[in-house]
Design a binder for this molecule. Structure first.
Ligand SMILES: [Zn+2]
Ligand SMILES: [Zn+2]
Length: 374
């Protein structure tokens, strides 16, 4: 089944602000909450759908990616992938329910205290040239890894955790409160179901340690500003044997001195002299591949005229094609004239007519008509 648009799911406009999103989400969540709709698979699906939509749209980064790429932004594998698909809905549920009821949503997410590690975000700046060529970068990621002394159990080697007596090992306690039956995390074992009486000294019983790791990341040629690269399993280690989170690399491309980028095309403004514009000529422009290209300027070129250099733009990802480069010329009015130059221009002026300046001639004749008709 095709995935529904997240804005349609929540029933909000595409420019809805945070408040509108939250209130739309609340409505849906209350309506389709499984506690209110027991054994209703359709309601459950709607509840999950609303959760996923809200989870994406409440995060400005994810929302921007969604606006740009749609659901494709979150398909796993490949570039720009990641995120919401794999995200279990525990996190959104618990923050929103904490807000509704003043207590955690709990849920069966933690079994035996296992918990998925957090996702990590790494911001990477690259130059336009690097984005053009593609490159492999080594990045240092501070992350928590499984403690090797206790293999992540948190218990001192040779000892083992004991079952929590408060919850009997379930990690959760239940309490009926009006309409809902609320489950919450066991306060004694914090949901682990087990208590460590003799903690591992190396990690103080957390089962994790912080470490800097070096990762090699391939930045593909043609990458765009704002792309997220997901590296599965390279986020923080899970708690007590839970799976690791993912690492997301957010790529920003630094502004370039000469070139502006629009998708795969590049734009460059070049000033040319009055004489080159009038008489014609040529100039060389640098291109992003480090070479130069020659641009021929025909006689009578005006400011704003655009020249296209085919395939001199950025690589188009997942293809062998290249974007184009556009050169926009601006005719520079000469300044700081010498006496001789003034004379020459004054002489030139005397020779000028409507033929030499058809655009001005046309404009001023329109002005004259306008005034005559007043
Ligand atoms: Zn340990
Ligand atoms: Zn417990």
């Amino acid at each position: 089944m095709a995935k529904r648009d997240f804005y349609d799911v929540l029933g909000v406009a595409r420019d809805a602000d945070e408040k509108a999103l939250k209130s739309a989400y609340r409505k849906q969540a209350m309506k389709y909450h499984p506690d209110r709709n027991p054994d209703d698979a359709e309601a459950e699906a709607k509840f999950k759908e609303a959760n996923e939509a809200y989870d994406t749209l409440k995060d400005p980064q994810k929302r921007a990616a969604y606006d740009r790429f749609g659901h494709a932004a979150f398909e796993s594998g490949g570039f720009g992938g990641g995120g919401t698909g794999a995200h279990d809905f525990g996190s959104t549920m618990s923050d929103i329910f904490e807000e509704f009821f003043g207590m955690g949503g709990g849920g069966g997410r933690r079994s035996g205290g296992r918990e998925r590690g957090a996702d990590l975000r790494y911001n990477l700046d690259v130059t336009l040239e690097e984005a053009f060529n593609g490159k492999t970068v080594e990045i240092e990621v501070p992350t928590s890894v499984t403690c090797d002394t206790c293999s992540g159990s948190g218990a001192k080697p040779g000892t083992s955790p004991t079952t929590c007596r408060t919850c009997g090992g379930a990690g959760r306690v239940r309490a009926a409160q009006g309409f809902f039956t609320l489950e919450r995390t066991c306060p004694t074992c914090q949901g682990r179901g087990q208590v460590i009486s003799d903690p591992c000294t190396s990690c103080s019983g957390t089962g994790r340690k912080t470490q800097e790791r070096t990762l090699s990341v391939n930045i593909p040629a043609g990458i765009e500003d704002g792309t997220r690269i997901r590296i599965a399993g390279e986020g923080e280690a899970g708690v007590r044997g839970g799976p690791s989170g993912d690492l997301y690399i957010f790529v920003s491309i630094r502004p370039h001195e000469l070139f502006q980028r629009d998708g795969a095309d590049l734009y460059c403004r070049v000033p040319i002299s009055l004489t080159t514009a009038a008489l014609g000529g040529q100039f060389d422009v640098p291109t992003v591949d480090g070479k130069t290209s020659r641009v021929k300027v025909p006689e009578g070129t005006q400011t704003g005229k655009q020249f296209r250099l085919r395939s001199k733009g950025m690589p188009i990802m997942r293809s062998t094609q290249m974007g184009d480069m556009y050169i926009q010329v601006t005719v520079e009015t000469p300044t700081n004239l010498t006496r001789r130059q003034r004379e020459l221009l004054a002489e030139f002026e005397k020779e000028s007519s409507g033929e030499t300046h058809p655009e001005s001639a046309g404009f001023f004749s329109k002005v004259k008509d306008f005034i005559d008709n007043l």
